[in-house]
Design a protein around this ligand. Structure first.
Ligand SMILES: [Zn+2]
Length: 78
């Protein structure tokens, strides 16, 4: 496993979005606390979403977080 030494234990990555209805594409920047002892749910944060998309459901992980196309209201597939 890859170890990153430091105070920051936050993972961030991009999620590719595309609407199955109108074909618009974009991306979202998300980050997640990597601390195993965080008691709260909702450690996932959506930092930015491309124009044309928005967060539909913000869950505690990407499995429960969904994005949708603003124009169509369609949930985008990852
Ligand atoms: Zn759309």
């Amino acid at each position: 496993m890859c170890h990153t030494v430091g105070m920051m234990t936050r993972d961030s990555w991009k999620v590719h979005l595309n609407c199955p209805a109108c074909g618009v594409v974009g991306e979202a920047d998300v980050s997640e606390d990597a601390q195993p002892l965080t008691p709260q749910t909702g450690t996932l944060t959506v930092d930015r979403v491309s124009d044309g998309f928005r967060t539909r459901t913000l869950g505690s992980s990407m499995r429960t977080t969904k994005f949708e196309c603003v124009r169509c209201g369609m949930v985008t597939q990852r």
